[in-house]
Design a protein around this ligand. Structure first.
Ligand code: ADP
Ligand code: MG
Length: 413
């Protein structure tokens, strides 16, 4: 028994190891096809090397890849793996094929139902949830076996307890590994992002200031020159053009300044009402232009100390993205500002094109943009501001349905 058990352990560790070595450094952790392939191979290996208990009873861990895939990925990931289970079972044939297939179909209907709840759980709870699912599956399987036993003798109970504990211990172990890998990856991504932000912060503050002064001086002298009466109309046109371009450069520089350290002159303690109203007024014409309706609800009573300009810019970027996501579709941008315990919560929902998990994971990377004229700096600035406020940002999105950004800002005490 120990031997077959160890082999199965090795089989289950294999995909984890391969994932760690080959996939971990990829920018996205949702490499679906490769994961399904790994899961399929693991399933087949598990079924080829069943665990033999001393009493002559054999069972295997075939549902493990399926359980983990369906919990993390829902029906989409669960489906190919249950097909593998069923397909391989048909190839092997023998007694009980039909029952086994029916059982598989039942599990396929039930387990992925938990997916939506599961992904929201904390790491520890995820491990327990998977353990309960695996335990449930083996208990169900064992109870179908009772049909073959006339009396539930000691032998049956020994088999049950053994297989149940093997199932649960194995899945707990694998799940802890999976969660740990996931956690480490996230931590590393965060670190990289923080590092990038720090660089941009430092650069933007110094460079923007240095560039702004010469820009102002040049633009001033050009304006003076423009007043001269001896200029031909063509020369005047050149100067106008230069002034316009200088203006544009100045705007970009001030946008970049928004990345810099919060400026003490802008610091206010606010319940965010003034800021939200201000941004709402700015964004309304833009929303009308794209036939997007706006819905605002304000019920916050808590206060926070922040750089007013930066915070307004941050909201503006989020609203703009929401509206742009509904560009040709029309829809509603809904903003709720409320207090919850000691946090100010800002929810910004659109009914636009939405994003895939992969797109979400790329948000806030410098220059990541899917728009023809996008800069990919908007979300970077948002994350930057949120970080400075010690706040948290959560993104929920579904392709074709819409996106909700939730900012959780700890209020000042
Ligand atoms: P830009 O708006 O210039 O493209 P951002 O940093 O503001 O840059 O956004 C980066 C990308 O994130 C966008 O190009 C878009 O693909 C995606 N995105 C951001 N917000 C949303 C949203 N509310 N709905 C759908 N996609 C979004
Ligand atoms: Mg944007």
């Amino acid at each position: 028994m120990t031997e077959t058990l160890l082999i199965n352990f090795l089989i289950l560790l294999l995909p984890v190891l391969i994932y760690l070595i080959f996939l971990e450094n990829k920018t996205t952790f949702y490499n679906t096809k490769f994961l399904i392939l790994l899961g399929a191979i693991t399933t087949i290996l598990c079924m080829s090397y069943p665990i033999r208990l001393e009493l002559g009873f054999t069972f295997d861990l075939r549902y493990f890849p399926f359980i983990i895939a369906s919990l993390y990925g829902g029906y989409k990931l669960g489906f190919p793996l249950i097909l593998v289970v069923i397909g391989y079972r048909i190839i092997v044939g023998g007694n009980g094929t039909i029952q086994s297939i029916l059982l598989s179909i039942l599990f396929f209907i039930l387990v992925p139902l938990l997916h939506k709840k599961f992904v929201k759980l904390s790491s520890t709870k995820k491990v327990w949830c998977a353990a309960m699912v695996a335990g449930g599956i083996i208990i169900f399987y064992l109870s179908t076996l009772t049909m073959y036993y006339e009396t539930l003798n000691r032998e049956f109970w020994i088999i049950s307890i053994n297989s149940l504990s093997i199932y649960v211990i194995c899945i707990v172990f694998i799940m802890i590994l999976v969660e740990k890998i996931y956690h480490n990856m996230k931590k590393r991504e965060e670190l990289i992002q923080l590092e990038q932000m720090n660089i941009i912060n430092d650069l933007s503050a110094s460079v923007s200031h240095e560039i702004r002064n010469p820009l102002t001086v040049t633009s001033g002298f050009l304006q003076l020159l423009n007043k001269s009466t001896s200029l031909t109309s063509e020369e005047k046109w050149y100067i106008d053009l230069s002034l316009r371009e200088l203006n544009r450069a100045e705007k970009i520089v001030s946008d970049f300044l928004a990345f810099g350290k919060p400026q003490s002159v802008n610091m206010v303690s606010s319940n965010l009402e003034e800021e939200t109203i201000y941004v709402k007024n700015i964004i309304t014409p833009y929303a009308n232009l794209h036939e997007v309706s706006l819905e605002f609800n304000f019920s916050n009573t808590l206060f926070k100390k922040l750089d007013r300009n930066q915070f307004q810019q941050c909201l503006l970027n989020l609203y703009k993205n929401g509206i742009e996501a509904m560009k040709d579709l029309g829809g509603t941008l809904r903003v709720d500002v409320l207090s919850k315990r000691n946090n100010i919560i800002i929810k910004i929902s659109d009914t636009g094109i939405g994003m895939t998990q992969e797109e979400i994971s790329r948000l806030g990377k410098p220059y990541y943009s899917t728009k023809a004229e996008g800069t990919g700096l908007g979300m970077l600035m948002v994350y930057n501001t949120i970080n400075k406020l010690n706040a948290k940002i959560d993104v929920e999105s579904e392709k074709g349905v819409g996106t909700t950004f939730t900012l959780t800002i700890p209020a000042q005490v």
